[in-house]
Design a protein around this ligand. Structure first.
Ligand code: PNS
Length: 162
């Protein structure tokens, strides 16, 4: 069975991420979306909320599952016999850091990293920009799945109220 992982923070998942999952799911038999548990990084959504949203949005894909991990990605992959990482490359600004991680991960365990070129529709898109725009009342419709939009607005309105 050909397996791959799509790792990330997904705080929250965007349509750019979903595009990468969809393309990975066509290339591999089983794709695991792996959410990094990072207690030191401030996030808008809890890991459980991120996982729930991811599970809903990948449900139509059939061969995509969602899991969480802490520690090294290569250890998570080794435990699950996943030999490949799939990531989206948005622009040249992503390249340096992504290449560095790909090379380090390969050095650590021999795992391969495959990059898919992000759909130009989403090349400027990131979870942090979506959160910033939505926080100040900007319209992020079409940039995140409808379910995520709903939760984003609900979470931000709760924060405003406190
Ligand atoms: O969505 P993000 O925050 O850009 O994703 C970054 C992620 C989770 C892919 C990366 O930080 C990662 O793999 N972290 C796990 C820790 C690890 O393996 N570090 C060594 C990377 S070479």
């Amino acid at each position: 069975m050909r397996r791959a992982v799509c790792p990330g923070s997904f705080d929250p998942v965007t349509n750019g991420h979903l595009d990468v999952f969809t393309r990975a799911s066509a290339l591999f038999d089983e794709v695991t979306v792996a959410v990094l548990i990072n207690k030191t990084k401030k996030s808008l959504f809890t890991v459980d909320q991120r996982i729930d949203m991811l599970r809903e949005v990948v449900a139509p894909l059939g061969n995509v599952r969602v899991d969480a991990f802490h520690g090294l990605l290569v250890d998570f992959c080794r435990d699950r016999e996943i030999p490949a990482i799939v990531k989206g490359l948005r622009a040249v600004t992503d390249f340096d850091y992504e290449l560095q991680m790909a090379q380090m991960n390969h050095r650590l365990s021999g795992i391969e990293t495959l990059f898919v070129s992000t759909n130009p529709l989403y090349s400027y898109l990131s979870s942090s920009l979506v959160k910033e725009v939505a926080t100040y009342g900007g319209d992020v419709t079409g940039l995140v799945p409808p379910l995520v939009l709903q939760q984003l607005l609900a979470t931000l309105s709760t924060q405003e109220a406190t």
